[in-house]
Design a protein around this ligand. Structure first.
Ligand code: SF4
Ligand code: SF4
Ligand code: SF4
Ligand code: FES
Length: 246
């Protein structure tokens, strides 16, 4: 059999045998909050926001790294899980500037959306600000690692999808940052400025400089890229009859 049947939040769900609980839930239209998960990337299990409660299993495993198995009974949104997620989000936000109103990602930010869903009312933990200068040492991107939550999506999309590996985790422990070898500018490592890391980032840490203050597009238009013979489909964001994102 290529499928398994499990119960998620009282709903019978069929999933591919190799699917994770998160993939099974998403396929069935059941939302589980995530931040380090990104489609097509190998599960990372870093943020722990996708924890679930599985009957007969100790602890709260992450849905994004736990395989869905036959007969499993999963709860995704119990009061205990809600409390744990609020604690996890509080830890994340205790190292994240309270600067949504002046952030170029405001209203288009995955971290903001997930924090709102989790319903954290205030951060009581001591606040830590990294005080890093915004890195503009390349022609196209602004990299503000004060806003980085170390989800690793940029690093993994660069390695696993783009097969480039221009960026990685640097330093260790509380000093950990995303960066390049020997802190070189992106144009001096193997970066192709494809923008995949920008698209993958769930915060305002990585932004295209040219359009970072343009706000949200009025509409989206699907078109065909004329650059090479492959003809990939592109989704363009249009505002005031100008292309502001792709
Ligand atoms: S990255 Fe998102 S949550 Fe953080 S300041 Fe910007 S808009 Fe707010
Ligand atoms: S722009 Fe592309 S190549 Fe450069 S770091 Fe980002 S994903 Fe890697
Ligand atoms: S720069 Fe963005 S994508 Fe990369 S680790 Fe930080 S928050 Fe995640
Ligand atoms: S989305 Fe599962 S641990 Fe981050």
């Amino acid at each position: 059999m290529d499928t398994v049947t499990l119960i998620i939040d009282e709903k019978e769900v069929k999933a591919k045998r190799e699917a994770t609980i998160l993939e099974a839930a998403l396929e069935a239209g059941i939302y589980i909050p995530t931040l380090c998960y990104y489609p097509d990337l190998i599960p990372f299990g870093a943020c722990r926001l996708c924890i679930v409660d599985i009957e007969g299993m100790r602890g709260f495993p992450p849905a994004c790294t736990t395989p869905a198995t036959e007969g499993m009974v999963v709860h995704t949104n119990t009061p205990k899980l809600q409390e744990l997620r609020r604690n996890i989000m509080e830890l994340i936000l205790s190292e994240h500037p309270y600067s949504c109103l002046t952030c170029p990602k405001n209203l288009n930010c995955e971290l903001q959306r997930v924090a709102r869903y989790i319903g954290l009312e205030k951060v009581t933990l001591p606040y830590t600000y990294k005080e890093l200068p915004v890195n503009r040492e390349n022609p196209f991107f602004d990299r503000d690692y004060n806003l980085c939550i170390l989800c690793g999506r940029c690093v993994r999309v660069c390695q696993e999808v783009r097969k480039v590996g221009a960026i990685s985790f640097t330093y260790r422990g509380s000093e950990t940052l995303i960066g390049t070898a020997f802190n070189q500018p992106l144009q001096e490592v193997s970066c192709e400025f494809c923008g995949a890391c920008i698209d993958a980032c769930p915060t305002g840490a990585l932004m295209e400089r040219a359009n970072k203050w343009e706000g949200l597009p009025d509409r989206e238009v699907v078109t065909t890229c004329p650059y090479c013979g492959v003809g990939c489909q592109l989704k363009l964001g249009v505002k005031d009859e100008r292309i502001i994102s792709s």
